[in-house]
Design a binder for this molecule. Structure first.
Ligand code: SF4
Ligand code: SF4
Length: 167
């Protein structure tokens, strides 16, 4: 081990080469809003859940996209949520299609529904109500970036596939 002052001297004299800069761990780039299936706030001001998703089939308590044998309740949610005031009713016949796997859809149970202001990546503006209490407005999402690599502004009642509930 060469002492630091001796190493500096040897580098200055050209006896030793400058050490290569140390490489830190590479951080993966954050996705854009499109890359995370960002959905603006629902038009009725209610948080997102299976109960207001077009893919929900009340008659069977199931989701049209997941395995029909999977018990899905209105207080669940996944990243494929599409708002509708009239979710699908049970289908007499389901189209032959490959089902979504909960492992990949992000299916979770979220009492009260899903929204950015209930997400750990959401930063409300100064002056907002405490996290979890805010029903309107906007904030900054630290999990998504715009084309310049900067955090994006999101609606408090929006949602995306990167949602993670505040613990
Ligand atoms: S599991 Fe996803 S796609 Fe299916 S009803 Fe719920 S939110 Fe909609
Ligand atoms: S705050 Fe959470 S739910 Fe909202 S856009 Fe960001 S990651 Fe998605």
């Amino acid at each position: 081990m060469i002492p630091g002052n001796l190493k500096s001297f040897l580098i200055a004299e050209g006896v030793m080469a400058e050490p290569e800069p140390t490489q830190g761990p590479a951080f993966p780039a954050l996705p854009s809003q499109a890359g995370a299936l960002y959905s603006p706030a629902n038009p009725d001001g209610v948080r997102s859940g299976c109960g207001n998703c077009v893919h929900y089939a009340y008659g069977e308590r199931s989701c049209y996209l997941h395995d029909p044998d999977l018990a899905i309740t209105p207080s669940m949610w996944c990243g494929h949520h599409v708002f509708s005031r009239r979710p699908m009713q049970a289908f007499a016949q389901r189209l032959p299609m490959q089902v979504l796997l909960p492992t990949f859809s992000g299916l979770v149970t979220v009492p009260g529904g899903v929204s950015c202001d209930h997400c750990c990546h959401y930063q409300g503006f100064v002056g907002d109500s405490p996290a979890g209490m805010q029903l309107t407005g906007t904030g900054v999402c630290l999990a998504l970036v715009n084309e310049n690599g900067q955090p994006v502004t999101v609606e408090a009642l929006a949602s995306c596939a990167r949602f993670e509930a505040i613990s």
